[in-house]
Design a protein around this ligand. Structure first.
Ligand SMILES: Cc1ncc(COP(=O)(O)O)c(C=O)c1O
Length: 406
């Protein structure tokens, strides 16, 4: 599909061979849901041949399922990677990415030595690093990856083998310069994993900037309708792809065909949804910026955001659909009261849906961190995160204003 513009590929990628010569009679327009766990071949020789093709032919669904493969093909095309592996959730994809990136070239088992991670990560990613890597003697260190000079120094001094960051961080919305970080990391022979859940392929495609692996929680913008949980890993090289695929098969970290279909369907409208969410988020952030009951609005589209210019350069002026803000009365009680007064915006613990959602990070995305850890990250008691949906921006804003006014 690579000859088409990006929005065309969003609609058609992965569904069926682009070339009519590859169609059989009655080729389905959209990839059907293949619920079968096993696939039949007329002879034992043909079955042996299918097995030998690895995950490329349908044999047994943990090895590869045609509906899931359609989603993987679409994501590989959109992100510009060699291939993709779909998993049961974003966390599974992140774990798989860390295992694959931490497998030395020529080795068959994961052996990460030092993971250099961004200071600003989703809470469960941070506890994954602590409980599954640091606890098994992997060195895990942190730096502020929105600061390229600090990141360069950390990579040169600490010589990590894996670098992990979020392109746009959750919930403080710090933007990272993936191209610069990938350059410094590759100088040190480290591999770079970018969790691009918040930026989506509409804003930014990290493999084009040098990342080795891109991860998405497909539960968010990619599916977009609060009805599917999944994760995707896209690898830049065949070696990383094969390693991730092998671990996914061994660990059973696969996605079911029904969820795969929902996510594939969500991807078709990703461009329409995300652009509208960006536009509405800008309108709402500008309006809240001067509100007397709000101490600080964090939105990269506002000129006072520290990475405003850099992000604008990388994302062609799109700044995402999330806004974080701190109430002037920075207490848990005030945050709870605000959430309880909202009528349209839903208090659901997610982001990237068609519905506008409000989240209070201390009880949700960063619940597993201690008060001190949250404070060290700049996540205060008055911080709320709004995920702007596709409703009319005036209705979303009016709901916030009435909840602040009470
Ligand atoms: C940035 C980011 N990465 C990964 C995840 C994990 O995704 P999932 O809930 O699909 O496992 C989340 C979940 O909120 C997230 O916000």
């Amino acid at each position: 599909m690579h000859s088409y513009h990006f929005d065309t590929r969003l609609v058609h990628a992965g569904e069926r061979p682009a070339d009519r010569a590859g169609w059989s009679s009655a080729t389905p327009t959209s990839a059907p849901i293949h619920a079968s766990t096993t696939y039949l071949y007329p002879t034992a020789e043909a079955l042996d041949e299918a097995f030998a093709a690895g995950g490329d032919r349908a044999v047994y669904t943990r090895w590869g399922n045609p509906t899931v493969q359609a989603l993987e093909a679409a994501m590989a095309d959109l992100e510009g990677g060699r291939g993709a592996v779909a998993c049961g959730s974003g966390m599974a994809a992140l774990y798989l990415a860390l295992l694959a990136a931490g497998t030395p070239r020529g080795a068959t088992e994961p052996h990460p030595r030092h993971i250099l991670a961004s200071h600003d990560l989703y809470g469960t990613t941070e506890t994954l690093l602590r409980d599954f890597f640091a606890a098994q003697s992997v060195t895990v260190s942190y730096c502020d990856m929105s600061d390229p000079a600090q990141t360069k120094a950390a990579i040169r001094e600490r010589r990590p083998d894996v670098v992990l960051l979020e392109s746009l961080s959750n919930p403080l919305l710090k933007w990272a310069d993936v191209e610069a970080i990938a350059h410094y990391a590759h100088e040190a022979d480290a591999r770079v994993i970018v969790d691009a859940t918040l930026s989506t392929p509409i804003l930014h495609r990290p493999i084009e900037q040098g990342a080795d692996i891109v991860v998405h929680s497909a539960t968010k913008y990619l599916s977009g309708h609060a009805d599917a949980t999944g994760g995707l890993l896209v690898a830049r090289t065949g070696l990383l792809l094969d390693t991730a695929r092998r671990y996914a098969i061994q660990l059973g970290m696969i996605l079911g065909p029904f969820e795969a279909r929902l996510i594939s369907r969500g991807i078709k409208t990703l461009g329409l949804r995300v652009r509208r969410q960006c536009e509405s988020a800008m309108t709402i952030a500008q309006a809240l910026h001067t509100h007397p009951r709000i101490r600080r609005v964090i939105y990269p589209g506002l000129p006072d955001h520290p990475q405003h210019n850099l992000m604008s350069l990388h994302t062609c002026g799109l700044f995402g659909g999330l806004i974080s803000f701190e109430l002037t009365e920075a207490t848990r009680e005030a945050a709870f009261a605000f959430i309880n007064r909202l009528r349209l915006i839903l208090p659901a613990t997610s982001l990237g849906d068609i519905y506008s959602l409000i989240t209070y990070p201390p009880i949700s995305s960063h619940r597993e961190l201690s008060d001190a850890e949250r404070a060290a990250h700049g996540i205060g008691e008055g911080l709320l995160r709004l995920s702007v949906g596709i409703e009319d921006a005036h209705d979303i804003l009016a709901d916030i204003e009435q909840a602040l006014a009470d």
